[in-house]
Design a protein around this ligand. Sequence first.
Ligand code: ARG
Length: 300
Amino acid sequence: MSTHDTAPAPSTSPRTEVSTEAPATRVQQHRRYLMCRPEHFTVSYKINPWMEPANPTDTALAVSQWQTLYDTYLELGHEVHLIDPIEGLPDMVYTANGGFVIDGVAYGARFRFQERVPEGPAFMEWFRDNGFEVVEPVEVNEGEGDFLLVGDTILAGTGFRSTGDSHRELADVFGKEVMSLTLVDPRFYHLDTAISVLDPVEGPGGVDGANIAYLPGAFDARSQAILAERYPDAIRVADADGAVFGLNSASDGLNVIISPRAKGFEAQLRERGYNPVLVDLSELLLGGGGIKCCTLELRR
Ligand code: ARG
């Protein structure tokens, strides 16, 4: 697939395997995203096992890796909005945590840890200023980091960050079915580190299934059983690929932006007719985040 690449590459961007040609049956859908340039990125506190404040970070490298992701989305034809980074909020680059947006309604985030609490109102202000209806959260929740839309169902993670009560609030706000899943491995503390929505069309009927990918070991037995029953054709990702944040990826239904270290997952995606696009965010992984963490979907 990568060798049949027809998309012109802007000279500002390192070569990524971007294809706008649909192989087989996968269909690319247009996406609208919110991102935040990591101008103030560093690791100055520790709220997940990946963060080591004693280790140095390279903010310029974080910015250039982030820029590659941003450029890749534009090359693929997507629309990317930006929120201004705020000094003293180094995790703001992980915009997936800033809220959860469906049909122009933004359910705001209420962060678990004090260090990130001020991000909640900052994102809500952006949503308001940009024409979204904002629902102020009562319960602790970390937005699209823990909530993923698949078809008409919201998969909702709990165990480390978002509470079970936020799942109820979420169901009230959007009037959709919410399926609670419990995370048990501290390395995979947000749902978007353990599940990737490849195609938002639900059910084994769509194309040949494989509309989600997940890391079984990140979940408790009850959640594993739910996922197996509900998504029999899902891609089950190996521990080695999960451990390099392979699942923390963004898909447009055809192109799936993933870490270049997730070799097994890359092969699985190709087998199912997806086009893996490799983007390395190694510097942002020092904060415990990857591609999906840096990407919030704005559904209008
Ligand atoms: N340092 C951030 C935190 O621990 C990383 C957030 C990653 N975001 C995500 N959507 N998984 O909160």
